[in-house]
Design a protein around this ligand. Structure first.
Ligand SMILES: Cc1cc2nc3c(=O)[nH]c(=O)nc-3n(C[C@H](O)[C@H](O)[C@H](O)COP(=O)(O)OP(=O)(O)OC[C@H]3O[C@@H](n4cnc5c(N)ncnc54)[C@H](O)[C@@H]3O)c2cc1C
Length: 491
Protein backbone atom coordinates (compact mmCIF):
# COMPACT_ATOMS: atom_id res chain seq x y z
CA UNK A 1 0.00 0.00 0.00
CA UNK A 2 1.16 3.55 -0.78
CA UNK A 3 2.53 5.56 2.11
CA UNK A 4 0.29 8.25 3.57
CA UNK A 5 1.43 11.81 2.86
CA UNK A 6 3.16 13.23 5.91
CA UNK A 7 2.10 16.85 6.26
CA UNK A 8 4.69 18.82 8.23
CA UNK A 9 3.07 21.94 9.65
CA UNK A 10 5.74 24.53 10.50
CA UNK A 11 4.90 26.97 13.28
CA UNK A 12 7.50 28.50 15.57
CA UNK A 13 10.14 25.94 14.54
CA UNK A 14 11.43 27.44 11.29
CA UNK A 15 14.47 25.21 10.75
CA UNK A 16 15.41 21.83 9.31
CA UNK A 17 18.16 21.11 11.87
CA UNK A 18 17.17 19.63 15.23
CA UNK A 19 13.54 19.60 14.16
CA UNK A 20 11.92 16.54 15.70
CA UNK A 21 8.62 16.83 13.83
CA UNK A 22 10.35 17.04 10.47
CA UNK A 23 12.73 14.18 11.26
CA UNK A 24 9.91 11.90 12.46
CA UNK A 25 7.70 12.73 9.48
CA UNK A 26 10.56 12.07 7.07
CA UNK A 27 11.09 8.64 8.60
CA UNK A 28 7.40 7.83 8.09
CA UNK A 29 7.07 8.59 4.37
CA UNK A 30 6.92 11.28 1.67
CA UNK A 31 6.48 14.75 3.18
CA UNK A 32 4.50 17.86 2.36
CA UNK A 33 5.97 20.74 4.40
CA UNK A 34 3.63 23.70 4.78
CA UNK A 35 3.50 27.09 6.49
CA UNK A 36 0.01 28.44 7.12
CA UNK A 37 -0.51 32.18 7.52
CA UNK A 38 -3.32 32.32 10.06
CA UNK A 39 -4.67 35.86 9.75
CA UNK A 40 -6.71 35.61 12.96
CA UNK A 41 -3.59 34.91 14.93
CA UNK A 42 -1.63 37.71 13.30
CA UNK A 43 -4.52 40.15 13.84
CA UNK A 44 -3.95 40.15 17.60
CA UNK A 45 -2.73 43.41 19.17
CA UNK A 46 0.62 41.93 20.22
CA UNK A 47 1.54 40.95 16.67
CA UNK A 48 3.30 43.36 14.34
CA UNK A 49 5.02 43.83 11.02
CA UNK A 50 8.49 43.56 12.55
CA UNK A 51 7.73 40.01 13.68
CA UNK A 52 6.17 39.14 10.36
CA UNK A 53 9.14 40.47 8.41
CA UNK A 54 11.50 38.43 10.56
CA UNK A 55 9.31 35.36 9.98
CA UNK A 56 9.14 35.98 6.22
CA UNK A 57 12.94 36.14 6.01
CA UNK A 58 13.16 32.99 8.08
CA UNK A 59 10.70 31.24 5.76
CA UNK A 60 12.86 32.18 2.79
CA UNK A 61 15.81 30.59 4.47
CA UNK A 62 13.74 27.55 5.48
CA UNK A 63 12.54 27.17 1.90
CA UNK A 64 16.11 26.99 0.64
CA UNK A 65 17.05 24.44 3.28
CA UNK A 66 14.00 22.28 2.63
CA UNK A 67 14.61 22.36 -1.12
CA UNK A 68 18.17 21.25 -0.53
CA UNK A 69 16.90 18.41 1.68
CA UNK A 70 14.49 17.25 -1.04
CA UNK A 71 11.04 18.75 -0.41
CA UNK A 72 10.16 22.45 -0.76
CA UNK A 73 7.85 24.40 1.52
CA UNK A 74 4.28 25.25 0.50
CA UNK A 75 2.40 28.31 1.69
CA UNK A 76 -1.28 28.86 2.37
CA UNK A 77 -3.31 31.61 4.01
CA UNK A 78 -6.45 30.96 6.02
CA UNK A 79 -7.87 28.83 8.80
CA UNK A 80 -5.58 25.84 9.42
CA UNK A 81 -8.48 23.37 9.71
CA UNK A 82 -9.80 24.30 6.25
CA UNK A 83 -6.37 24.20 4.66
CA UNK A 84 -5.47 20.89 6.24
CA UNK A 85 -8.79 19.40 5.24
CA UNK A 86 -8.24 20.43 1.62
CA UNK A 87 -4.92 18.61 1.73
CA UNK A 88 -6.58 15.54 3.21
CA UNK A 89 -9.16 15.50 0.43
CA UNK A 90 -6.50 15.95 -2.20
CA UNK A 91 -3.97 13.40 -0.96
CA UNK A 92 -6.39 10.83 0.46
CA UNK A 93 -4.35 9.35 3.27
CA UNK A 94 -2.45 11.90 5.34
CA UNK A 95 -0.72 12.12 8.71
CA UNK A 96 0.03 15.45 10.39
CA UNK A 97 3.21 16.43 12.22
CA UNK A 98 4.17 19.57 14.09
CA UNK A 99 5.97 20.75 17.17
CA UNK A 100 3.88 21.28 20.29
CA UNK A 101 3.45 25.01 20.66
CA UNK A 102 3.28 26.85 23.97
CA UNK A 103 1.27 29.73 22.62
CA UNK A 104 -1.42 32.23 23.44
CA UNK A 105 -5.16 31.63 23.77
CA UNK A 106 -5.74 32.08 20.04
CA UNK A 107 -3.12 29.51 19.04
CA UNK A 108 -4.36 27.12 21.75
CA UNK A 109 -7.90 27.41 20.37
CA UNK A 110 -6.62 26.90 16.83
CA UNK A 111 -4.72 23.79 17.89
CA UNK A 112 -7.77 22.42 19.70
CA UNK A 113 -9.80 22.92 16.52
CA UNK A 114 -7.14 21.08 14.51
CA UNK A 115 -7.11 18.25 17.08
CA UNK A 116 -10.91 17.93 16.84
CA UNK A 117 -10.74 17.91 13.05
CA UNK A 118 -7.98 15.28 13.06
CA UNK A 119 -9.99 13.07 15.39
CA UNK A 120 -13.17 13.43 13.35
CA UNK A 121 -11.38 12.62 10.09
CA UNK A 122 -9.21 9.84 11.43
CA UNK A 123 -5.98 11.78 10.79
CA UNK A 124 -3.15 11.07 13.21
CA UNK A 125 -1.63 14.36 14.38
CA UNK A 126 1.65 13.89 16.20
CA UNK A 127 2.73 16.97 18.12
CA UNK A 128 6.29 16.65 19.29
CA UNK A 129 7.32 18.49 22.36
CA UNK A 130 10.28 20.77 21.78
CA UNK A 131 13.11 20.05 24.19
CA UNK A 132 12.64 22.01 27.41
CA UNK A 133 8.91 22.50 27.98
CA UNK A 134 6.53 19.73 29.04
CA UNK A 135 2.81 19.38 28.36
CA UNK A 136 0.51 18.02 31.03
CA UNK A 137 3.19 18.40 33.67
CA UNK A 138 1.87 17.16 37.01
CA UNK A 139 4.47 18.75 39.26
CA UNK A 140 7.51 20.97 38.98
CA UNK A 141 9.44 18.40 41.04
CA UNK A 142 12.09 16.96 38.79
CA UNK A 143 11.50 19.54 36.07
CA UNK A 144 15.05 20.92 36.05
CA UNK A 145 16.55 17.42 35.82
CA UNK A 146 14.23 16.56 32.92
CA UNK A 147 15.27 19.82 31.25
CA UNK A 148 18.95 18.85 31.58
CA UNK A 149 18.27 15.44 30.03
CA UNK A 150 16.35 16.95 27.12
CA UNK A 151 19.12 19.45 26.48
CA UNK A 152 21.80 16.77 26.62
CA UNK A 153 20.24 14.56 23.93
CA UNK A 154 22.08 14.90 20.62
CA UNK A 155 20.63 17.57 18.34
CA UNK A 156 19.06 16.00 15.24
CA UNK A 157 20.66 16.34 11.85
CA UNK A 158 18.83 17.29 8.65
CA UNK A 159 16.78 14.36 7.36
CA UNK A 160 16.73 13.37 3.69
CA UNK A 161 13.24 14.19 2.42
CA UNK A 162 11.07 12.63 -0.24
CA UNK A 163 8.60 15.19 -1.59
CA UNK A 164 4.95 14.12 -1.76
CA UNK A 165 4.20 16.94 -4.21
CA UNK A 166 5.94 20.05 -5.56
CA UNK A 167 5.73 23.11 -3.33
CA UNK A 168 2.91 25.54 -4.03
CA UNK A 169 1.35 28.81 -2.88
CA UNK A 170 2.79 32.21 -2.08
CA UNK A 171 3.31 34.10 1.11
CA UNK A 172 1.05 37.04 1.68
CA UNK A 173 1.66 39.44 4.54
CA UNK A 174 -1.04 39.28 7.24
CA UNK A 175 -0.03 42.58 8.84
CA UNK A 176 0.86 46.01 7.52
CA UNK A 177 4.37 47.43 7.35
CA UNK A 178 5.90 48.48 10.64
CA UNK A 179 8.88 50.81 10.45
CA UNK A 180 11.71 49.28 12.45
CA UNK A 181 14.85 50.50 10.70
CA UNK A 182 17.29 48.51 12.82
CA UNK A 183 15.32 45.30 13.08
CA UNK A 184 17.29 42.06 13.34
CA UNK A 185 17.40 39.91 10.24
CA UNK A 186 15.59 36.58 10.19
CA UNK A 187 16.82 33.25 8.85
CA UNK A 188 19.08 30.50 10.00
CA UNK A 189 22.31 32.02 8.69
CA UNK A 190 21.74 35.23 10.69
CA UNK A 191 21.04 33.17 13.82
CA UNK A 192 24.17 31.06 13.39
CA UNK A 193 26.28 34.15 12.76
CA UNK A 194 25.04 35.67 16.04
CA UNK A 195 25.72 32.46 17.95
CA UNK A 196 29.21 32.31 16.48
CA UNK A 197 30.10 35.93 17.19
CA UNK A 198 28.64 35.74 20.71
CA UNK A 199 30.51 32.59 21.69
CA UNK A 200 33.66 33.60 19.87
CA UNK A 201 34.01 37.25 20.88
CA UNK A 202 31.01 39.38 21.86
CA UNK A 203 30.03 37.35 24.92
CA UNK A 204 33.31 37.62 26.81
CA UNK A 205 32.03 40.29 29.22
CA UNK A 206 28.34 39.40 28.94
CA UNK A 207 27.95 39.09 32.71
CA UNK A 208 29.33 42.56 33.34
CA UNK A 209 27.84 44.26 30.30
CA UNK A 210 24.33 42.82 30.04
CA UNK A 211 22.58 45.47 32.11
CA UNK A 212 23.65 48.74 30.57
CA UNK A 213 21.93 49.61 27.29
CA UNK A 214 25.28 51.06 26.21
CA UNK A 215 26.93 47.67 26.12
CA UNK A 216 24.04 45.17 26.10
CA UNK A 217 23.09 45.56 22.46
CA UNK A 218 26.48 44.09 21.58
CA UNK A 219 27.38 42.00 24.63
CA UNK A 220 24.08 40.08 24.84
CA UNK A 221 23.61 37.21 22.45
CA UNK A 222 20.69 38.83 20.52
CA UNK A 223 19.47 35.30 19.85
CA UNK A 224 15.97 35.90 21.22
CA UNK A 225 14.07 36.30 17.91
CA UNK A 226 15.82 33.22 16.54
CA UNK A 227 14.81 31.18 19.57
CA UNK A 228 11.29 32.64 19.53
CA UNK A 229 10.66 31.78 15.88
CA UNK A 230 12.76 28.65 15.93
CA UNK A 231 15.48 29.29 13.37
CA UNK A 232 17.73 27.83 16.10
CA UNK A 233 16.68 25.34 18.76
CA UNK A 234 17.36 26.02 22.43
CA UNK A 235 19.17 22.69 22.52
CA UNK A 236 21.56 23.65 19.72
CA UNK A 237 22.40 26.91 21.46
CA UNK A 238 22.80 25.19 24.78
CA UNK A 239 25.13 22.51 23.35
CA UNK A 240 27.29 25.02 21.50
CA UNK A 241 27.58 27.11 24.68
CA UNK A 242 28.43 24.10 26.84
CA UNK A 243 31.14 23.12 24.36
CA UNK A 244 32.58 26.62 24.49
CA UNK A 245 32.46 26.64 28.29
CA UNK A 246 34.36 23.33 28.39
CA UNK A 247 36.95 24.85 26.06
CA UNK A 248 37.57 27.98 28.12
CA UNK A 249 37.65 25.95 31.33
CA UNK A 250 40.17 23.52 29.86
CA UNK A 251 42.31 26.45 28.82
CA UNK A 252 42.13 27.76 32.40
CA UNK A 253 41.07 31.19 31.18
CA UNK A 254 40.36 33.85 33.76
CA UNK A 255 39.28 36.57 31.44
CA UNK A 256 35.51 36.77 31.92
CA UNK A 257 34.47 33.92 29.65
CA UNK A 258 33.68 31.32 32.32
CA UNK A 259 31.38 33.59 34.31
CA UNK A 260 29.74 34.98 31.22
CA UNK A 261 29.00 31.60 29.68
CA UNK A 262 27.68 30.29 33.00
CA UNK A 263 25.29 33.25 33.24
CA UNK A 264 24.22 32.80 29.65
CA UNK A 265 23.50 29.09 30.15
CA UNK A 266 21.34 30.06 33.13
CA UNK A 267 19.24 32.33 30.89
CA UNK A 268 18.57 29.49 28.48
CA UNK A 269 17.21 27.51 31.41
CA UNK A 270 15.01 30.45 32.44
CA UNK A 271 13.66 30.67 28.94
CA UNK A 272 12.00 27.28 29.32
CA UNK A 273 11.23 27.82 33.02
CA UNK A 274 9.12 30.86 32.11
CA UNK A 275 7.48 29.23 29.12
CA UNK A 276 6.53 26.29 31.31
CA UNK A 277 4.38 28.65 33.41
CA UNK A 278 2.15 29.49 30.45
CA UNK A 279 2.11 25.86 29.39
CA UNK A 280 0.92 24.88 32.89
CA UNK A 281 -1.56 27.72 33.30
CA UNK A 282 -2.66 29.27 29.99
CA UNK A 283 -4.98 31.58 31.98
CA UNK A 284 -1.97 33.73 32.92
CA UNK A 285 -2.34 35.47 29.58
CA UNK A 286 -5.46 37.14 30.97
CA UNK A 287 -5.42 36.63 34.74
CA UNK A 288 -2.93 37.47 37.43
CA UNK A 289 -0.99 34.51 38.85
CA UNK A 290 -2.17 35.51 42.29
CA UNK A 291 -5.85 36.20 41.75
CA UNK A 292 -6.05 38.76 44.57
CA UNK A 293 -4.40 41.25 42.17
CA UNK A 294 -6.78 40.63 39.30
CA UNK A 295 -8.79 43.86 39.62
CA UNK A 296 -6.15 45.94 41.35
CA UNK A 297 -5.34 48.40 38.61
CA UNK A 298 -8.44 48.98 36.51
CA UNK A 299 -8.39 50.35 32.97
CA UNK A 300 -5.74 53.03 33.53
CA UNK A 301 -5.07 56.37 31.85
CA UNK A 302 -4.93 56.17 28.03
CA UNK A 303 -2.87 59.37 27.84
CA UNK A 304 -0.22 57.79 30.11
CA UNK A 305 -0.09 54.71 27.89
CA UNK A 306 0.32 56.86 24.76
CA UNK A 307 3.12 58.95 26.31
CA UNK A 308 4.95 55.83 27.48
CA UNK A 309 4.66 54.18 24.05
CA UNK A 310 5.89 57.32 22.30
CA UNK A 311 8.86 57.85 24.63
CA UNK A 312 7.45 61.12 25.95
CA UNK A 313 7.18 60.55 29.70
CA UNK A 314 9.74 63.16 30.71
CA UNK A 315 12.03 60.47 32.18
CA UNK A 316 15.02 60.30 29.81
CA UNK A 317 16.00 56.66 30.43
CA UNK A 318 12.41 55.47 29.94
CA UNK A 319 11.97 57.55 26.80
CA UNK A 320 15.33 56.59 25.28
CA UNK A 321 14.58 52.92 25.95
CA UNK A 322 11.12 53.07 24.39
CA UNK A 323 12.45 54.90 21.33
CA UNK A 324 15.35 52.45 21.00
CA UNK A 325 12.87 49.59 21.19
CA UNK A 326 10.64 51.11 18.52
CA UNK A 327 13.59 51.51 16.15
CA UNK A 328 15.38 48.22 16.80
CA UNK A 329 12.71 45.76 18.01
CA UNK A 330 15.01 44.98 20.94
CA UNK A 331 15.84 45.93 24.51
CA UNK A 332 18.02 44.12 27.02
CA UNK A 333 16.42 42.52 30.05
CA UNK A 334 17.15 45.29 32.55
CA UNK A 335 15.64 47.97 30.35
CA UNK A 336 12.58 45.79 29.59
CA UNK A 337 12.08 45.34 33.31
CA UNK A 338 12.52 49.07 33.91
CA UNK A 339 10.02 50.25 31.27
CA UNK A 340 7.54 47.65 32.52
CA UNK A 341 7.99 48.67 36.14
CA UNK A 342 7.46 52.30 35.11
CA UNK A 343 4.22 51.52 33.28
CA UNK A 344 2.96 49.30 36.10
CA UNK A 345 3.94 51.30 39.18
CA UNK A 346 4.58 54.91 38.20
CA UNK A 347 1.75 55.07 35.66
CA UNK A 348 -0.38 52.46 37.42
CA UNK A 349 -1.31 50.75 34.16
CA UNK A 350 -2.53 47.17 34.11
CA UNK A 351 -0.09 44.74 32.45
CA UNK A 352 -2.97 43.52 30.27
CA UNK A 353 -3.42 47.07 28.98
CA UNK A 354 0.21 47.76 28.04
CA UNK A 355 1.47 44.20 27.47
CA UNK A 356 0.27 43.91 23.86
CA UNK A 357 1.76 47.33 23.05
CA UNK A 358 5.09 46.10 24.36
CA UNK A 359 4.80 42.72 22.64
CA UNK A 360 4.17 44.42 19.31
CA UNK A 361 7.48 46.26 19.68
CA UNK A 362 9.48 43.05 20.30
CA UNK A 363 10.73 41.15 17.27
CA UNK A 364 11.26 38.29 19.71
CA UNK A 365 7.72 38.24 21.17
CA UNK A 366 7.39 34.91 22.99
CA UNK A 367 4.07 34.60 24.88
CA UNK A 368 5.36 32.32 27.64
CA UNK A 369 8.21 34.61 28.64
CA UNK A 370 6.26 37.77 27.99
CA UNK A 371 3.19 37.18 30.17
CA UNK A 372 5.23 35.74 33.04
CA UNK A 373 7.65 38.66 33.00
CA UNK A 374 4.92 41.27 32.67
CA UNK A 375 3.24 39.88 35.75
CA UNK A 376 6.46 39.59 37.67
CA UNK A 377 7.59 43.13 36.89
CA UNK A 378 4.10 44.44 37.77
CA UNK A 379 4.09 42.79 41.19
CA UNK A 380 1.05 40.58 40.62
CA UNK A 381 2.51 37.10 41.00
CA UNK A 382 2.19 37.38 44.78
CA UNK A 383 5.50 35.64 45.41
CA UNK A 384 8.13 38.11 44.26
CA UNK A 385 9.62 41.09 46.00
CA UNK A 386 8.07 44.25 44.63
CA UNK A 387 10.84 45.72 42.56
CA UNK A 388 10.31 49.29 41.45
CA UNK A 389 13.06 50.74 39.30
CA UNK A 390 14.03 54.36 39.78
CA UNK A 391 14.50 55.68 36.22
CA UNK A 392 16.81 58.48 37.34
CA UNK A 393 19.10 56.08 39.19
CA UNK A 394 19.10 53.64 36.26
CA UNK A 395 20.05 56.45 33.96
CA UNK A 396 22.91 57.65 36.19
CA UNK A 397 24.16 54.11 36.87
CA UNK A 398 23.82 52.59 33.43
CA UNK A 399 24.63 55.57 31.23
CA UNK A 400 26.61 58.07 33.32
CA UNK A 401 27.92 59.99 30.31
CA UNK A 402 24.49 60.05 28.69
CA UNK A 403 25.65 58.41 25.48
CA UNK A 404 22.56 56.23 25.08
CA UNK A 405 20.30 59.13 26.08
CA UNK A 406 21.88 61.48 23.53
CA UNK A 407 21.58 58.94 20.77
CA UNK A 408 17.86 58.31 21.22
CA UNK A 409 16.77 61.73 22.48
CA UNK A 410 18.24 64.18 19.96
CA UNK A 411 16.35 67.06 21.58
CA UNK A 412 18.65 66.65 24.59
CA UNK A 413 21.87 66.16 22.65
CA UNK A 414 23.16 69.67 23.36
CA UNK A 415 23.04 69.24 27.15
CA UNK A 416 25.98 68.51 29.46
CA UNK A 417 26.07 64.88 30.71
CA UNK A 418 24.96 65.89 34.21
CA UNK A 419 21.94 67.83 32.96
CA UNK A 420 20.89 65.05 30.62
CA UNK A 421 19.52 62.86 33.37
CA UNK A 422 17.16 65.59 34.66
CA UNK A 423 16.72 67.96 31.71
CA UNK A 424 13.48 69.59 32.74
CA UNK A 425 13.14 73.19 31.65
CA UNK A 426 16.42 73.02 29.70
CA UNK A 427 15.20 71.63 26.38
CA UNK A 428 12.13 71.01 24.30
CA UNK A 429 11.32 67.98 26.39
CA UNK A 430 8.32 67.13 28.61
CA UNK A 431 8.24 67.57 32.37
CA UNK A 432 8.00 64.28 34.29
CA UNK A 433 4.60 62.75 33.65
CA UNK A 434 4.30 61.78 37.33
CA UNK A 435 6.34 62.48 40.43
CA UNK A 436 8.58 59.46 41.07
CA UNK A 437 8.43 59.50 44.87
CA UNK A 438 4.70 60.11 45.13
CA UNK A 439 3.69 57.66 42.42
CA UNK A 440 5.82 54.82 43.73
CA UNK A 441 4.77 55.35 47.35
CA UNK A 442 1.12 55.12 46.32
CA UNK A 443 1.80 52.01 44.21
CA UNK A 444 3.64 50.26 47.02
CA UNK A 445 0.85 50.95 49.48
CA UNK A 446 -1.77 49.51 47.15
CA UNK A 447 0.28 46.40 46.44
CA UNK A 448 1.00 45.77 50.13
CA UNK A 449 -2.64 46.33 51.08
CA UNK A 450 -3.51 43.34 48.88
CA UNK A 451 -0.87 41.25 50.63
CA UNK A 452 -2.59 41.87 53.95
CA UNK A 453 -5.94 40.52 52.76
CA UNK A 454 -7.40 37.35 54.24
CA UNK A 455 -6.57 34.27 52.24
CA UNK A 456 -3.59 35.89 50.53
CA UNK A 457 -1.07 33.46 52.02
CA UNK A 458 -3.00 30.33 51.09
CA UNK A 459 -3.29 31.43 47.47
CA UNK A 460 0.40 32.37 47.52
CA UNK A 461 1.27 28.80 48.50
CA UNK A 462 -0.65 27.59 45.46
CA UNK A 463 1.31 29.87 43.14
CA UNK A 464 4.57 28.63 44.64
CA UNK A 465 3.52 25.00 44.30
CA UNK A 466 2.48 25.48 40.73
CA UNK A 467 5.10 27.74 39.27
CA UNK A 468 8.15 28.10 41.46
CA UNK A 469 11.52 26.77 40.46
CA UNK A 470 12.91 23.97 42.60
CA UNK A 471 16.40 24.58 41.35
CA UNK A 472 19.12 24.47 43.96
CA UNK A 473 16.84 22.58 46.38
CA UNK A 474 17.49 19.03 45.24
CA UNK A 475 14.97 19.85 42.57
CA UNK A 476 12.17 18.85 44.90
CA UNK A 477 11.05 21.54 47.30
CA UNK A 478 9.76 24.87 46.00
CA UNK A 479 12.13 27.74 46.73
CA UNK A 480 10.71 30.40 48.88
CA UNK A 481 13.14 32.84 50.46
CA UNK A 482 15.65 32.45 47.69
CA UNK A 483 12.93 33.21 45.21
CA UNK A 484 11.96 36.54 46.51
CA UNK A 485 15.61 37.52 46.82
CA UNK A 486 16.15 36.61 43.18
CA UNK A 487 13.14 38.49 41.99
CA UNK A 488 14.96 40.20 39.19
CA UNK A 489 14.94 37.19 37.03
CA UNK A 490 13.34 34.10 38.26
CA UNK A 491 10.99 32.46 40.65
C1 LIG B 1 8.52 42.59 30.57
C2 LIG B 1 9.43 41.63 29.84
C3 LIG B 1 8.99 41.01 28.69
C4 LIG B 1 9.81 40.10 28.02
N1 LIG B 1 9.34 39.54 26.88
C5 LIG B 1 10.12 38.68 26.19
C6 LIG B 1 9.66 38.11 24.97
O1 LIG B 1 8.54 38.37 24.52
N2 LIG B 1 10.51 37.27 24.31
C7 LIG B 1 11.74 36.96 24.80
O2 LIG B 1 12.47 36.19 24.16
N3 LIG B 1 12.18 37.47 25.96
C8 LIG B 1 11.43 38.33 26.67
N4 LIG B 1 11.90 38.87 27.85
C9 LIG B 1 13.13 38.32 28.48
C10 LIG B 1 14.47 38.98 28.12
O3 LIG B 1 14.44 40.34 28.35
C11 LIG B 1 14.89 38.69 26.68
O4 LIG B 1 14.85 37.30 26.44
C12 LIG B 1 16.32 39.13 26.38
O5 LIG B 1 16.47 40.49 26.68
C13 LIG B 1 16.60 38.86 24.91
O6 LIG B 1 17.87 39.31 24.55
P1 LIG B 1 19.08 38.32 24.20
O7 LIG B 1 18.65 37.27 23.26
O8 LIG B 1 20.22 39.18 23.79
O9 LIG B 1 19.29 37.68 25.63
P2 LIG B 1 20.52 36.97 26.33
O10 LIG B 1 20.78 37.71 27.58
O11 LIG B 1 21.64 36.76 25.40
O12 LIG B 1 19.88 35.56 26.77
C14 LIG B 1 19.83 34.43 25.91
C15 LIG B 1 18.44 33.89 25.83
O13 LIG B 1 17.97 33.46 27.09
C16 LIG B 1 16.58 33.72 27.24
N5 LIG B 1 16.39 34.70 28.31
C17 LIG B 1 17.21 35.71 28.67
N6 LIG B 1 16.74 36.38 29.72
C18 LIG B 1 15.57 35.79 30.04
C19 LIG B 1 14.61 36.02 31.06
N7 LIG B 1 14.76 36.98 31.96
N8 LIG B 1 13.53 35.23 31.07
C20 LIG B 1 13.36 34.23 30.18
N9 LIG B 1 14.25 33.96 29.21
C21 LIG B 1 15.34 34.72 29.14
C22 LIG B 1 16.12 34.31 25.91
O14 LIG B 1 15.64 33.28 25.10
C23 LIG B 1 17.40 34.89 25.34
O15 LIG B 1 17.39 34.98 23.95
C24 LIG B 1 11.10 39.80 28.54
C25 LIG B 1 11.54 40.45 29.70
C26 LIG B 1 10.72 41.36 30.35
C27 LIG B 1 11.22 42.04 31.58
Amino acid sequence: MEHAVQIVWFKRDLRVEDNEALAAAAAAGPVFPIYIVDRDWWAQPGMAGRQWEFVAESLDSLQRDLMAAGAGLSFATGAPVEILDRLRQRFGRVALWSHEETGDAVSFARDRAVAAWAKAKGVVWTEIQPAGVQRRLKTRDGWAAAWERAMARPALTVPALVAAAPPEGRLSAPVGPDPCPQRQTGGRAAGLALLDSFLGARGQHYRREMSSPLTAFDACSRLSPHLAWGTLSTREVRQASEARLAEVRAAGRRDGWTGSLTSFLGRLHWRCHFMQKLEDEPEIEHRTMHRAYDTLRGPGDAAFLAAWRAGQTGYPMIDASMRALAATGYLNFRMRAMVTSFAAYHLWLDWRAFGPTLAALFTDYEPGIHFSQLQMQSGVTGINTVRIYNPLKQSQDQDPEGIFLRHWLPELAHLEPKALHAPWGLADYPDPIVDHAKATRAAREKIYAVRRQDGFRAAQEDVIRRHASRKGRNDRRPRRKAESAQSEFQF
